[in-house]
Design a protein around this ligand. Sequence first.
Ligand code: AMP
Length: 195
Amino acid sequence: MTTGPRLVIVGRQGSGKGTQAAMLAEHFGIHHLSTGKIFRDSAAAGVPAGLEAKAFMDRGELVPDDIVVAVVEERFTNPREIERGFILDGFPRTMAQAIELHSILESAPIDFVIDLSVPKEEVVQRLLERGREDDTENGIERRLELYEQETAPLLDFYRARGLLQTVNGVGEPADIQRKLIELVEQRVDRLRATV
Ligand code: AMP
């Protein structure tokens, strides 16, 4: 059985994690799972769960854990999706979600977590320039606050398990891309070699 890398990418909004996750997915032929994108697409299609999620997103709040976990669980009902490898982008964002993820994946746990690190001041600037529908000043501020409260503790959780790899997310996207590819190649080779 060939298995692709099983990755998580974490970072403040505006860190570039969506762009880098899409690039890694394409490079390694793995599944890119962005919970934010799933919600935006299903809201645009008028799906009730998507519209419900959008109400939270527009306020800069997190979508409740049960809704998010159900979406991820559904994507992983097919074991092939796990075997093929994946990069989770924007999930988990809370400790409760990290624990759920662990049980969803059971025998095929994640290989490691990329922390794409960009300072707060820099992401605020980037988000204001990006101007997505939910990128209002209040929304940005609230999302960054929730990142510190709910998501930053995950970094310690994964670091304590030897699963955290911090990458500096400031610089040319192409350079960061190169660094990330190298990191995944090295780390996954090393992990698979010890199995
Ligand atoms: P993103 O596309 O990752 O920037 O996510 C956009 C928005 O979707 C976030 O600000 C949250 O409101 C919501 N969202 C995405 N993923 C999650 C998650 N794992 N937990 C809670 N809310 C989420």
